[in-house]
Design a protein around this ligand. Sequence first.
Ligand code: F6P
Length: 324
Amino acid sequence: MKRIAVLCSGGDSQGMNACIKAIVDTCTSNNVTVLGINRGYQGLIENDIRELNKLDVANIETIAGAIIKTSRSAEFMTEEGFKKAINNLKINDIEGLIVIGGNGSFRGCRDLVHAGINVIGIPGTIDNDLYYTERSLGFDTAVQQAVNTVTDVKQTMYANSRAVVFKCMGRHCGDIALHTAVAVEADSLAVNEIDYSISEIISDVKNSLKHGVTSPVVILSEGCKLDMDEVVYEIQAQTHLTTRGIEIGYIQRGGEPTYYDRMLGVRWGVLAVQLLMQDMTNLALGIKNDKIFTTPLIEVEHVLQEFRVDMVNDLRTLHALPKI
Ligand code: F6P
């Protein structure tokens, strides 16, 4: 293939820009024309497409977001919107399309594959909820952002002997909350993958107080069933500690990408172009045990989550709590 395009879709994630840069640089070095589709599938429907060159992507690897922007397109899911998208791929002579995004975006990839379009899918979501791959772009930075936030807030909480409850992003996947909780040695963790009640959280907090902790930290995942304000209220009512609740929010999607997300973005970007140049297509890229791999795009939705209960148990052992 000699003419390819790239788009980002769904929530942006750190490392997307490093990946876009690697795609553009690899194409430019190998005499392949590369087009950037602005605003994801919506931009494809609206034919918002431009050629990208090395100058367009200079130094973008150090910033979060996506220079070609992203969107969640409801229109792409309609028959009419989808037809327009296919038509614009044809009008622009796009031989291969690279999609960087999360599981919603991958559903779009599968529809495109069924319509005969050559697609490569690159996992880009802070949620880490594409379960065929150990990591997706942005997850590492999102956890680092959450860890930094908890660490900073803990300093003032500690000075005031207060308890604090944090809520992490991640939609239905508890990975950001889990990794953050272990890194900060949280006193209690509730994620949607494991049934956990407010009274169990209170019991964890009381256990930490008994062991000399003066400023307990509780981490909740976005998808867990518990209401943060209720957890805050109950801790305060049952321990008499002043307690605050903090939704970490979009700061998890910002900040300078970690070296890991940049490296992953570069490796996947290079590989995606290499594959399309060799007419190898309809693949999803992933990483497992530090090894990059490819797998058929239409199969990845069937891979189920393997939640890291061992990590939860590390945390529980640290606080002398029974394992789950
Ligand atoms: O998928 C990434 C994510 O940040 C989720 O963790 C969160 O639930 C969602 O996007 C927020 O979406 P939006 O940016 O549309 O508010």
